[in-house]
Write a protein that binds this ligand. Structure first.
Ligand SMILES: NC(=O)c1ccc[n+]([C@@H]2O[C@H](COP(=O)([O-])OP(=O)(O)OC[C@H]3O[C@@H](n4cnc5c(N)ncnc54)[C@H](OP(=O)(O)O)[C@@H]3O)[C@@H](O)[C@H]2O)c1
Length: 275
């Protein structure tokens, strides 16, 4: 019970006070250490378990997780999914995971086998809901066609530097099905603040203009308002380790951009006007 677990507990409680109750994990985060760290914090106040929703992921196998692995790769076999969930439950110190995601598309995925693993986990009470991450629309449709209760989300990258999911049909598919995506790296993992590329400089300049127009907010708040404007109802995952920045994201949820303001960011990112 080191200082770190107190910090984790504190950070978790601050989020709950702000109304942020969903925590996004993956077995591999921190080289398989994040779930343990979080579990140690939660163990200090176990009643908090009922106030939060735990999302975690499986399927990526990192070499650091097993000395016998020669390369990082994917594994959506039933045996690996079941073993991975047992490991996550034990590291988190909880009886149940609210949402389990397949972390990345596995080119060897047998949808029937994944569906069987999901059914086994559901029946055992180990996982309540299932989803995916970084799946293309066809990969999503394939797995969804075999999973009895369907999929609850596709966790995808959404930020002003990357329009893949707005262009490949992912967000259209989710809007059609009224399934809300979880949005990762809304700030491009911090690249919006550090990268010196022409694209980032163009986007940053527009974000700064919009921040002024919106009454002196911060540029990260503009980005969250921009993501929030997407009609698919994206749920942003906040990547900051600073509670003040997390608070500012909550405030940003009530900011409204005009359509023209939204497209100014698009145009800046693409480097050309709309067709
Ligand atoms: N499913 C997937 O494949 C996948 C992939 C990547 C991530 N994710 C999930 O998505 C979460 C968020 O992703 P992310 O961490 O890439 O999110 P992000 O919010 O795009 O980036 C977070 C980074 O931006 C920095 N930052 C935030 N505000 C800043 C500011 N005003 N000025 C300078 N730097 C600032 C943060 O630093 P501070 O901590 O100092 O604020 C942090 O290093 C992850 O934690 C993970 O749960 C999922």
């Amino acid at each position: 019970m080191g200082d770190e677990s107190f910090t984790t507990l504190d950070f978790l409680k601050q989020h709950i006070e702000l109304g942020i109750t969903t925590v996004d994990h993956a077995d591999i985060y921190g080289g398989y250490s994040c779930e343990t760290l979080f579990g140690e914090g939660l163990k200090l106040e176990p009643s908090l378990r009922d106030k939060i929703e735990i999302v975690t992921k499986c399927d990526i196998k990192l070499t650091c997780g097993d000395p016998d692995r020669k390369i990082n790769h994917y594994d959506t076999s039933k045996a690996h999914i079941l073993a991975s969930v047992d490991n996550s439950l034990s590291r988190l110190g909880v009886e149940n995971i609210d949402v389990l995601l397949i972390h990345r598309p596995d080119f060897l995925m047998d949808a029937d086998e994944v569906a069987e693993a999901f059914a086994t986990l559901k029946q055992a009470g180990k996982v309540t809901h299932f989803g995916v991450s970084n799946f293309t629309p066809s990969q999503f449709a394939l797995l969804e066609s075999r999973v009895a209760d369907g999929l609850v989300t596709n966790q995808v990258e959404i930020n002003p530097l990357n329009f893949s999911v707005t262009e490949d049909g992912s967000l259209d598919q989710l809007q059609m099905k009224r399934i809300r995506p979880m949005a990762w790296s809304c700030l491009a993992g911090g690249r919006l603040f550090t990268e010196e590329s022409e694209q980032v400089q163009r986007v940053k300049a527009v974000l700064e203009e919009l921040a002024e127009e919106l009454g002196g907010v911060s540029i990260d708040q503009v980005v969250y308002a921009w993501v929030n404007m997407l009609p698919c109802g994206a749920l942003p995952i906040v990547g900051s380790g600073k509670i003040e920045r997390v608070k500012s994201v909550v405030e940003a949820m009530s900011l409204a951009l005009t359509r023209e303001q939204w497209y100014r960011v698009w145009v800046a990112s693409k480097g050309h006007g709309v067709p």
